[in-house]
Write a protein of this length. Structure first.
Length: 285
């Protein structure tokens, strides 16, 4: 059992097509080995494309974790395999008190909310929310709408615990690229502001910015390399280093360490890198 003086580890990771290649799970098994080495206590996995309950249990068993849920993407390609966002937790460190899927018909993918309690806690004063999500990829307007489901939890909110952690592929660039010509022009509408004239503006960071303006904290500003990226190494025609994957904290969930797991082996396993954040969960005042 993790004591209250020990940090909890939160990890988010986009698996790239569920870690499956033509239905074969070799890459998923290697991804699971990588995640096992990171020792997550709370884990959000995006893009479980083609997953069944068997894949979720396979990952959970290998990690010694328990699924919170696996939420299906609302917007699907038909015909085509289902796509899921999943959340898991470490039962040796945490108790799951409740969970729900938020905004089910409003999200392109999903938003999972879990109320968790450190195992060593004697009461609910250290309960916190863990949110796991995957924001829409097509446009910044959709991402901004989705972000607004989370702004309430950047500060005190009636009925909510006093702390939270957000784990997600937010599909939102963290910076202007050195040259927009590095990105195929037909992909610009995903990442750039679209002006009233239909012309492109700068990087559309509104979804992330509204979260930060609402009180959510970005641990990457305090720990590690502020320029660390989670994408940009995988596609030859899109070599732009961006952070699209985030962990944010609020309230008495306090970050004590943070890093992007960027290794040669991790880069071979998909088009995103894992983001790791260690947090302390303090009692409410």
């Amino acid at each position: 059992m993790t004591d209250l003086a020990s940090p909890l580890r939160a990890v988010t990771y986009n698996t790239f097509c569920g870690g499956l290649d033509a239905g074969v799970d070799t890459r998923l098994r290697l991804q699971t080995e990588m995640l096992h080495g990171l020792r997550p206590d709370v884990l959000c996995l995006q893009e479980g494309l083609g997953w069944t309950h068997r894949h979720l249990c396979q990952v959970a068993d290998a990690l010694g974790m328990v699924p919170v849920t696996m939420a299906r993407t609302r917007v699907q390609r038909e015909p085509g395999p289902p796509n899921y966002t999943a959340m898991l937790y470490n039962p040796a460190a945490l108790q799951l008190l409740d969970w729900c899927a938020v905004g089910r018909d409003a999200f392109h993918h999903a938003l999972i909310q879990a109320r968790l309690r450190p195992r060593a806690a004697k009461d609910g004063r250290r309960d916190f929310f863990a949110f796991g999500t995957h924001f829409a990829w097509p446009d910044g307007d959709s991402r901004l709408r989705e972000a607004r489901f989370l702004t309430d939890y950047g500060g005190t909110f009636p009925g909510a615990p006093g702390g939270a952690v957000l784990l997600g592929d937010l599909n939102t660039p963290d910076r202007e690229p050195e040259n927009w010509e590095s990105i195929p022009r037909n992909l610009h509408s995903r990442y750039r502001l679209v002006l009233p004239t239909g012309e492109f503006g700068g990087a559309d960071r509104r979804a992330v910015q509204v979260l930060l303006e609402s009180g959510w904290q970005d641990p990457q500003k305090k720990f590690g390399d502020p320029a660390a990226a989670t994408v940009g190494y995988f596609y030859p025609n899109e070599p732009v280093l961006w952070r699209l994957d985030y962990t944010f904290t609020s309230g008495y969930v306090t970050p004590v360490d943070y890093f992007v797991w960027d290794t040669a082996a991790a880069r071979k396993l998909g088009d995103h890198l894992p983001v790791v954040c260690d947090v302390m969960v303090g009692a409410a005042a």
